[in-house]
Design a protein around this ligand. Structure first.
Ligand SMILES: Nc1ncnc2c1ncn2[C@@H]1O[C@H](COP(=O)(O)OP(=O)(O)OP(=O)(O)O)[C@@H](O)[C@H]1O
Ligand SMILES: [Mg+2]
Length: 243
């Protein structure tokens, strides 16, 4: 049975949720203005001195970080609105990789794609899947030191599943940390919030998709998402095969 204290606590959490949501809303507009201006400076990079371009890159990195945090916080606070539409896991993956490329290049991390072109279309909320893929790619990049190699694959696991997986050759996860990494706010990073994986789990729950991982300390990590193919349009698969 819930006590008066529990109710007060619930109320406080609700108020914090509302405040966070409106704060995020207010931050988004000025953030877009900063992004537009930085994009403009990138467009005229040839006309600018090297030091200015370096500063622009640093600002872009910082902006990406703020954007990432805000998107994750927003996911936690907003009501569960689903905008499912017919879309392709492969296309969303390519989008996500495109968005992370500059970041990966700067850290000398190479991202390889091996996407099964016969994958059928699915019914998903594109922005949610994009956020999941961005979070997992960010983690993979952050785990890599020198000469990072990341492989992203999509494939069928016969008969009922489609797998999206990302493998890195980064630091790996120690046995004692394996059970902690999906906890809200667990992080081993100096500047981490520990929200990335919790948000992924939460977003994937809408599609009954499972997120799991295998990891060996010092060798690397493989995160994989198991999508049930009943969310996919199997007729499209047949069409793809016939074409
Ligand atoms: N690919 C990976 N390789 C090694 N460790 C990982 C990897 N992905 C996640 N982890 C571990 O799981 C922890 C939690 O990850 P999560 O994405 O939830 O938070 P974070 O990356 O620390 O912070 P945030 O995503 O909020 O910036 C990480 O701090 C790290 O210890
Ligand atoms: Mg993360």
């Amino acid at each position: 049975m819930s006590t008066v204290d529990d109710k007060v606590q619930d109320n406080k959490l609700q108020i914090i949720g509302k405040l966070t949501a409106s704060l995020i809303h207010e931050i988004r507009n000025p953030l877009s203005a900063i992004k537009l201006n930085l994009d403009y400076l990138s467009m005229i990079e040839q006309e600018l001195p090297k030091e200015v371009n370096e500063s622009v890159d640093v600002c872009k990195d910082a902006l990406l970080r703020i954007q990432y945090l805000i998107d994750n916080m927003f996911t936690f606070t907003k009501r569960n609105v689903k905008g499912d539409q017919k879309c392709s896991l492969n296309e969303i993956t390519k989008n996500a990789v495109g968005m992370m490329k500059a970041n990966a290049d700067r850290r000398y991390v190479n991202i390889q794609l091996d996407l099964d072109e016969k994958l059928p279309f699915g019914y998903f909320d594109k922005s949610k899947l994009l956020q999941v893929f961005l979070n997992l790619i960010t983690n993979a990049i952050e785990s890599c030191n020198d000469r990072g190699e990341i492989k992203i694959r999509t494939y069928f696991e016969i008969p009922d599943y489609i797998i999206w997986e990302i493998e890195d050759n980064g630091v790996g996860i120690g046995e004692e940390d394996k059970e902690k990494i999906f906890q809200d706010f667990y992080t081993s990073k100096e500047k981490g919030t520990g929200l990335g994986l919790s948000v992924c789990k939460m977003l994937l729950k809408d599609y009954q998709a499972d997120l799991n991982f295998e990891s060996e300390l010092g060798k690397g990590t493989r995160f994989f998402i198991k999508f049930n193919s009943n969310l996919m349009d199997v007729n499209d698969e047949i069409q793809n095969i016939n074409n």
